[in-house]
Ligand binder design. Structure first.
Ligand code: GAL
Length: 416
């Protein structure tokens, strides 16, 4: 993809970025290896190349970033961190608390980031008044992607509740069509779990059960209902779902092998790359029962290597990422929306425009909530504990009542 001249022009914005940056390169650890993800990353690579800054790629494949997190830990432990690493919100906080992160405050102040970055994101990027990381995007995990042709041929309308979802999915199943494309990996199971908790319990329940890890909410009848719905969802995936990568599941919806996928809007990156139109060929509706709420996750580039000779390139990277032109160009390819509030929606597709309108509404209504599956709902330890129970339940005949009991025990011990 070609980087617009306007975008390259923003390169020179920061007086902080000395010519020293020019001879430098940034090493960036990330997990953007799927087609749409890699295409989006290219926008950044080309932008930096336009400033004479080299790119040392450190990709660690694995959707959701679990493998990348392990590699990063090893690199930091060995005293050899990358210049920047892709992190989800809670990970930014945790690395900041370890004292492992550098300081982007000077670049942030010069770029007036505090005025344009939504406060929900600043909560993760800023620790003790110091910007540790730059937000690249805002993703929304609570989407349901629908193959429009399959729905039309079968006279179906997009489900708005979990009950409707079950009816539609059963109709498809009875006709021999795989209702739901899914990849059986813990983070993908948890992406569905997020949707079910929010869709059945509502925003207040999600906040109590997930964000506050409230024991009563975790042990409630509502949570039993949630696990029962997870069991029902399990009946709507194909036999080969185990271990499948998310983008292969998306491909099933694009080529008509399956009707729907519950996935974040990085799936839109795959739709766009396949030359299909989001909102027309592939419909985007909020996950059942979640209209009015906005689960979010943001990919941050956290500043790691703070050695003097790398700082100019690191600052240049951060300034480039935050520029309005970059935020638009990148997010159009990635499927997410900009991490700053002053980018116009005009060039975004119908799904992007809906996301931009919905996030404003959710922010105003107190229904903008961090995604558990994508590192913004709980600490990494509690998140892992919940993943384990959700995945164990999904792949066994464990009852919903037992799952709820296990959930309480797992969360409690992860908090110790
Ligand atoms: C998310 C990340 C997205 C996307 C996805 C699948 O956690 O925020 O940018 O990469 O994983 O890999």
């Amino acid at each position: 993809m070609k980087v617009p001249a306007k975008l390259l022009a923003t390169a020179a914005v920061s007086t902080l970025i000395s010519s020293a940056a020019m001879a430098q390169s940034v090493e960036v650890l990330h997990w953007w290896t799927a087609g749409g993800e890699a295409a989006a990353l290219n926008v950044l690579k080309e932008d930096l190349a336009g400033q004479g800054i080299g790119w040392e790629d450190m990709p660690v494949a694995g959707g959701g970033g679990e493998a990348a997190a392990t590699t990063l830990k090893a690199r930091v432990a060995a005293g050899n961190p990358p210049t920047a690493a892709q992190l989800l919100g809670m990970q930014v906080r945790e690395w900041a608390d370890e004292g492992a992160l550098g300081d982007l405050t000077a670049v942030a102040t010069e770029g007036h980031w505090a005025d344009v970055v939504p406060s929900a994101l600043q909560d993760f990027a800023v620790r003790d008044g110091k910007w540790n990381a730059v937000p690249v995007n805002i993703h929304r995990p609570n989407w349901l992607w629908i193959n429009a042709a399959i729905f039309e041929e079968n006279g179906l309308t997009p489900p708005t509740t979990w009950e409707e979802f079950n009816t539609v999915a059963q109709t498809l199943k009875d006709k021999g069509i795989t209702p739901l494309a899914h990849g059986g990996q813990p983070w993908q199971d948890a992406t569905i779990f997020d949707d079910v908790v929010l869709g059945i319990g509502g925003a207040d329940f999600y906040r109590k059960a997930i964000i506050e890890a409230d024991m009563d909410a975790l042990g409630s009848d509502t949570m039993v209902q949630v696990f029962n719905q997870m069991r029902t969802v399990r009946g709507f995936v194909d036999d080969n779902f185990s271990g499948r990568d998310w983008n292969l599941a998306t491909a099933m919806v694009l080529n008509g092998e399956a009707a729907m996928q519950l996935m974040g809007d990085w799936a839109k990156g795959e739709i766009v790359r396949a030359d299909m139109t989001p909102g027309t060929d592939i419909l985007c509706v909020t996950a059942p029962g979640t209209e009015g709420s906005y689960l979010f996750n943001t990919d941050f580039f956290a500043a790691f290597d703070v050695s003097d000779d790398n700082q100019a390139a690191q600052s240049a990277l951060a300034a480039s990422v935050m520029s309005p032109a970059f935020q638009e160009a990148f997010n159009l390819v990635k499927g997410s929306i900009p991490a700053r509030t002053d980018v116009a929606p005009d060039n975004f597709d119908a799904c992007g425009q809906k996301a931009m309108a919905d996030i404003k509404e959710a922010e105003a209504n107190g229904t903008l909530l961090g995604s558990l599956a994508h590192g913004h709902g709980q600490t990494s330890a509690v998140q892992r504990a919940i993943f384990d129970v959700v995945t164990e339940h999904f792949n066994s005949d464990m009852s919903a009542e037992d799952a709820v009991e296990e959930l309480q025990i797992a969360v409690e011990s992860a908090q110790l």
